[in-house]
Design a protein around this ligand. Structure first.
Ligand code: TYD
Length: 139
């Protein structure tokens, strides 16, 4: 079982200059897994929600590179809301955590670094099934 306490907001470097800022991200240094995939969510209508699933194995680092949104984290026992609104904060989510992304600001962009390629078999898309799987691992 994974506790939501294993989810961490990681401070990423910010190189600020008069002409703008840069945030470099290194696997092994800022991200506690090997990055095998990068994707981003964009054109999300303001106020919209995404996610609503857990992953059996996948680990992710989620960054709000533009705008803001909330991430609801749930380990089957506890729930926590994390507001992401800075491009230099990364939310690490390990495997077996239910997540929902809510309240997207209009024009918001969510960058995701992931530990594995896309695999639909790794998804748990039904919350009751997720809770059931957690109960089984507790026995
Ligand atoms: P999904 O992960 O369910 O989106 P979200 O959690 O943001 O609501 O993915 C939505 C669709 O996109 C789904 O049909 C699978 C597809 N998809 C890929 O083909 N490759 C990917 O890397 C991702 C993340 C999704």
């Amino acid at each position: 079982m994974t506790s939501i306490n294993a989810c961490k907001v990681i401070n990423l470097p910010k190189i600020s200059e008069r002409k703008g800022a840069i945030t470099p991200i290194y696997a092994g240094e800022h991200v506690p897994f090997e990055i095998q995939r990068v994707y981003y969510l964009y054109d999300v209508p303001g106020g919209e929600s995404r996610g609503g699933h857990a992953h059996k194995e996948l680990q992710q680092l989620i960054v709000s590179v533009m705008g803001a949104f909330d991430v609801i984290l749930d380990d089957g026992t506890e729930r926590r809301r994390v507001h992401l609104d800075r491009a230099y904060y990364g939310l690490y989510i390990p495997q077996m955590i239910w997540r929902e992304l809510e309240n997207f600001s209009s024009g918001g962009i969510c960058l995701v670094l992931a530990s594995a390629p896309y695999d639909e078999h790794d998804y748990i898309r039904d919350y009751l099934e997720f809770v059931q799987m957690i109960k089984c691992t507790r026995v």
